[in-house]
Design a protein around this ligand. Structure first.
Ligand code: SAM
Ligand code: SF4
Length: 342
């Protein structure tokens, strides 16, 4: 019988924080080149295929290192996770573990129309899709490349048909690019149970665009939405994240606001990130304390030792978390969200 030990960190507010949520990047490559993440011409060095954690290695780490260390909730992300050829098999194997309490995925949706049913059948139930604009031209300007929007929209409709729930739509708001669409995007939550989440633009991935455009605080977006429809704060939706959830009165879905620029939620951080090449990262915003689990695994370090190292990292997490921040003055980072596993 496997005994699951729970490891907590204690935030600097003294609260106990259960660190049980792992975001797993399956691949650092992407079929989009979003302006805010991986802009055209960015000189990213991709992880070589032989350096990806294989499905077997990933499962070994989840079953024998992360679950015994207390992780029970997993999100597959990237880069673009649907580019990983064995993505359905990976979903099936993680979903089948009795200790898995939650399995979700973040995707740009471009390949979703053909894969939605297979992913659902493999046991995936929750999806977050990126949708930064309802205007095909603006969308293509943001994500790079042509004829993208309609395919993504088909992917969203396919996910809805197949029954993914909750279905969340992520919007990174960039001043002067898509902020004029905030009301139209918010309106998607009214007629169907879709959960639209507005994410404050961070200076990770494209520092020049950030310097040029800046970012809009969630409070300002909420005000615009409240002025149009009113907004209630008593909503909730299943998830593991730091979104503040609101609802337009009478809407079927909700509106989430992820305010990592205007708020610091380091004290309630419940997650770690595993990159496609096996780096375990305790904090999104700094590189302190990373462990290379792939190298350790391939060089035969005993799994019990790896589990102890992960547990040690959980106890160090409050010190590692990037807590000392002034809004608007976050630095720039050497790895993008696509490399870290956003
Ligand atoms: N390719 C998938 C997608 O786009 O949904 C998953 C990976 S992507 C890195 C995960 C999330 O990170 C997306 O919701 C994306 O919008 C967000 N993201 C990437 N760069 C960002 C930035 N500079 N600021 C805020 N969010 C960002
Ligand atoms: Fe690709 Fe997602 Fe980054 Fe866009 S946000 S470039 S879809 S990884």
């Amino acid at each position: 019988m496997l005994i699951v030990l729970r490891f907590f960190d204690v935030g600097h507010n003294g609260r106990m924080n259960l660190v049980d949520y792992l975001r797993i990047s399956l691949i650092d490559r992407c079929n989009f080149q979003c302006q805010y993440c991986m802009p055209e011409g960015s000189d990213l060095e991709y992880v070589k295929r032989q350096d990806w954690l294989t499905q077997t290695e990933l499962l070994t780490l989840i079953q024998l290192v992360f679950i015994p260390a207390g992780f029970t909730r997993f999100r597959l992300t990237g880069g673009e996770p649907l580019l990983r050829p064995d993505v359905v098999e990976i979903v099936r194997s993680i979903a089948a573990l009795p200790e898995t309490q939650d399995l979700s995925m973040t995707t740009n949706g471009f390949l979703l129309a053909d894969l939605a049913q297979a992913l659902y059948d493999a046991g995936l139930r929750r999806l977050n899709l990126s949708l930064d604009s309802l205007n095909p031209q603006t969308f293509e300007q943001i994500v790079g490349g042509r004829l993208r929007w309609h395919r993504v929209w088909e992917g969203i409709l396919a996910a809805h048909r197949v029954g993914f729930s909750p279905l969340k739509l992520n919007v990174v708001v960039i001043p002067g690019v898509n902020d004029h669409e905030v009301l139209d995007l918010a309106a998607l939550s009214i007629g169907q149970e879709w959960h639209v989440r507005f994410i404050e633009f961070m200076p990770i991935g494209n520092a020049d665009l950030f310097a040029d455009r800046g970012w809009i605080p969630s409070a300002e977006l909420r005000q615009r939405i409240a002025d149009r429809w009113g907004l209630s704060a008593e909503a909730s939706v299943v998830g593991n994240g730091p979104a503040d959830v609101f609802q337009i009165p009478g809407a079927k879905g909700t509106l989430g606001f992820i305010s990592q620029m205007s708020e610091c939620f380091c004290d309630r951080c419940n997650r770690m990130r595993l990159s496609a090449d096996g780096w375990l990262r305790p904090c999104l915003l700094n590189e302190v304390g990373q462990l290379n689990l792939r190298t350790a695994l391939r060089s035969g370090v005993p799994l019990l030792e790896l589990q102890q190292q992960v547990q040690q990292l959980i106890t160090l997490k409050p010190e590692i978390n990037y807590k000392q921040r002034d809004s608007g003055t976050l630095g720039t980072y050497s790895r993008t969200m696509s490399q870290i596993g956003g």
